[in-house]
Design a protein around this ligand. Structure first.
Ligand code: ZN
Ligand code: ZN
Length: 146
């Protein structure tokens, strides 16, 4: 779908606007979450900029972080004694109880820092409602769509 830059007329992919004959068009893509048709720079990996912002929550960041793990140096005995699952569990609980304002801001930054992977991750969530790590609103939305 494209939109004429001159008259705003919507039509499917052709070079010339059937309404006014203009050749200046914006390509539109439909957001996988909200279904809004958005021009290309404002949609990435199928997720519109509104949804990108809306879903950049602490829960999303934690889910996203599970997929894109990081390597840190840690006390060898602590690692031996607890193992990575338990360490992740303890630290995730610790993070969840951190200052909520700082946490939310960092969650947004973490998602935006790797924007391409973040939007790809969001896009994949639409097909895996069971693995969803985003706030309730999105969960309900997805259930309605399916
Ligand atoms: Zn036109
Ligand atoms: Zn959207």
């Amino acid at each position: 779908m494209v939109r004429c830059k001159s008259c705003g007329y919507l039509f499917s992919n052709q070079d010339t606007c059937p309404s006014c004959g203009s050749q200046f068009v914006d390509e539109l893509e439909e957001c996988v979450f909200c279904g809004k048709s958005v021009t290309k720079p404002y949609i990435w990996n199928g997720v519109c900029s509104d949804c990108q912002k809306q879903y950049a929550t602490v829960d999303t960041a934690i889910g996203f972080g599970e997929r894109y793990t990081d390597v840190v140096e840690i006390n060898g005995f602590v690692s031996y004694f607890l193992g990575s699952d338990r360490i992740n569990e303890i630290l995730t609980n610790y993070v969840r109880n951190a200052n909520q304002e700082t946490l939310s801001k960092d969650a947004v930054r973490f998602c935006e820092d790797d924007f391409d992977c973040y939007t790809m991750y969001l896009n994949e969530l639409k097909d895996e409602p069971d693995k969803i790590h985003v706030r309730n609103r999105l969960h309900k939305k997805l259930k309605r769509r399916n």
